[in-house]
Design a protein around this ligand. Sequence first.
Ligand SMILES: [Zn+2]
Length: 238
Amino acid sequence: MWRGVRAVLGIAVAATLASTVAAPPSASAAAGKAAAVNCKKVKCIALTFDDGPSPYTGALLDTLRSNKVKVTFFVVGRQVEKRPSVVRRMVREGHEVGNHTWDHTRLTDALDGEIVSELSSTQEAVHEAAGIRPKLMRPPFGATDQRVRAAVQTAGLPLVLWTGSTRDWELRNTKAITRKALSLVRPNGVILMHDIVPETVKAMPGILSELRKRDYHVVTVSSVLGDRKLEAGEQYPS
Ligand SMILES: [Zn+2]
């Protein structure tokens, strides 16, 4: 019965969408809720910012808000504990928050129990700060192996790596970071940056303006995934 009702509703919604294709962005986007972007149909790029929240994250959030784009932050638990209001703001403004461990630990060097507690303490810190629990994690340094993936599975999270790394922590130069970031852009890519690098935060207005010229939608990792549901312990991109 419910399936049938849902199917009928689905048709009604599809018909409504078809008749309002040229409509301007909905009010929900302005309210900070992520506007639905279909990354199978338009060019999407997921920008991800690791290791914060930092003293520079607020300025980055200002830039993201004025450009009306949503990104993914992979936060470190002990930084969340220091700056809970920044994490609360990320969530309120429609960004995605992922888990980047408590201490930025190289998980391939950690015991199984340590991996689980690094993740669960960060889950709780984010929940305490912002009322949500992350649904994605990123291993520090991208360091994973079969054992780490099994431990992360126990913690109930999928692993998200990247398709391109700006190496912004090494470049430390706004122009070089801009050039590198733009060179990594491709449809449904996942770009690694750091909101602890002030030059990255300074580079963002220019990067976003160039992405707009190239018709890219800047989105969260979950938007790039779309309908695809990652299993706990699964690694993306594989
Ligand atoms: Zn990191």
